[in-house]
Design a binder for this molecule. Sequence first.
Ligand SMILES: Cc1cc2nc3c(=O)[nH]c(=O)nc-3n(C[C@H](O)[C@H](O)[C@H](O)COP(=O)(O)OP(=O)(O)OC[C@H]3O[C@@H](n4cnc5c(N)ncnc54)[C@H](O)[C@@H]3O)c2cc1C
Length: 452
Amino acid sequence: MLFTGDLRLHDHPPLRAALGGGRQVVPLFVRDGAIEAAGFAVSNRRAFLADCLRDLDEGLRRRGGRLVVRSGDVVRETCAVAAQAGADEVHMSGEHTRHARRREDRLRAALEADGRRLYVHDGVVTAVEPGTLTPAGSDHFAVFTPYYRRWTGHRLREPLTAPRRVPVPGTVTSEPLPARADVDGTSPALAPGGETEGRRRLAAWLRDGVDAYEGRQDDLAGDATSRLSPHLHFGTVSATEAVHRARCHGGPGAEAFVRQLCWRDFHRQVLAARPAAAVRDYRTRHDHWRTERTAAADIEAWRRGLTGYPVVDAAMRQLAHEGWMHNRGRLLTASFLAKTLYVDWRVGARHFLDLLVDGDIANNQLNWQWVAGTGTDSRPNRVLNPVVQGRRYDPDGAYVRRWVPELAGVEGPAVHEPWKLPHTRRARHDYPDPVVDLAEALARFRRARERD
Ligand SMILES: Cc1cc2nc3c(=O)[nH]c(=O)nc-3n(C[C@H](O)[C@H](O)[C@H](O)COP(=O)(O)OP(=O)(O)OC[C@H]3O[C@@H](n4cnc5c(N)ncnc54)[C@H](O)[C@@H]3O)c2cc1C
């Protein structure tokens, strides 16, 4: 059983299939050298992953087994382990990035050359497998609402319980498990990982949080979202189980939460059909973006949370501190970079992937494209005004004061426009002037898009 983005024991169809008929199984995780070489294995996700692997190992040990960890080329290591164990089948979950698809093809070919068979199980990392729902005349939905309608009517499989026993042959050796403590450069307030923590969080969310979700999901200071995204990314919580349990719970909050889980599947089915959308415009607007070279100072101010727009800076600092950012923060900081500063969305997407513990190719790249207007948004030229966003989603300014201590002494919503403070008060706060004039920036963006 080759684990990838499905680091759990509950609701795990490939593990169940591998165990079928009481067989022994080698639960294998390979630290993929290609992912490391591509710079995707950043500190925050490595640390979270270390927690996940430890917890998975503990869960397996309670069931009479253990986890086998290897590093390097996934195909080579998996074939080696299969040979060592004398396995005739390898089971894994289907994944949807271009890298994952190629890896799967190579693995199938290599195993078959050795007389073994690869079984790839669909519908494990998403609730609905990409490609299951398609509109007439296309291989994927490009608009969310009709997708959501079809997705809601689609019957999901029933979630599986965790296996009681996982017998593992003693012959296969493992590297030592990575430890979170060995990872340098993580965000100071990074969340803990692992299935136990994920399940605890899901249960607590359904008990105490979800009922208030609708109406509060955009409240920046209220922090009233599930924070399940890293668990969904690493698969320590099953999307299928989360949908089932939320629907069982019922009510408008649970419905709004399930709708967000549908967004996750929506982006996956776009990426599965258009893998190049990870790096290229899904729909070009013929932009001539400012780049790392032409907008270096603006980009640096954005990354460091020093743009002079408090709500933007607050969100960017939350990202650095926690390795996570509120969805409303992601929307307004991405709009600020791509539209207000008119910087290539890939520059921002890369920075997010460098820090986000839930950093996910489908969700990150396609949300960035959505915000930049090169993706599936039906209003590609809308621009979020950071002052309006701040006043609407942080009406009292508490979120800004939490993350931008330089402005902690400014009371109420005035914190969103420090440049309007009387000169003597303004001078007391060591906080930068805005990097750009919003009206000029809007005019620049409109001019650029009119060229289309
Ligand atoms: C520019 C930008 C970049 C993003 N990058 C990522 C990323 O790398 N990884 C990631 O998981 N999410 C990403 N998102 C989507 C969203 O912001 C996060 O999933 C959400 O903030 C996570 O917090 P939560 O678990 O508390 O969400 P909740 O509000 O509790 O939602 C529950 C779950 O639904 C899914 N979800 C919610 N909103 C979205 C959405 N817009 N698109 C897809 N799935 C969604 C997530 O899996 C989330 O955990 C991005 C959004 C934007 C605008």
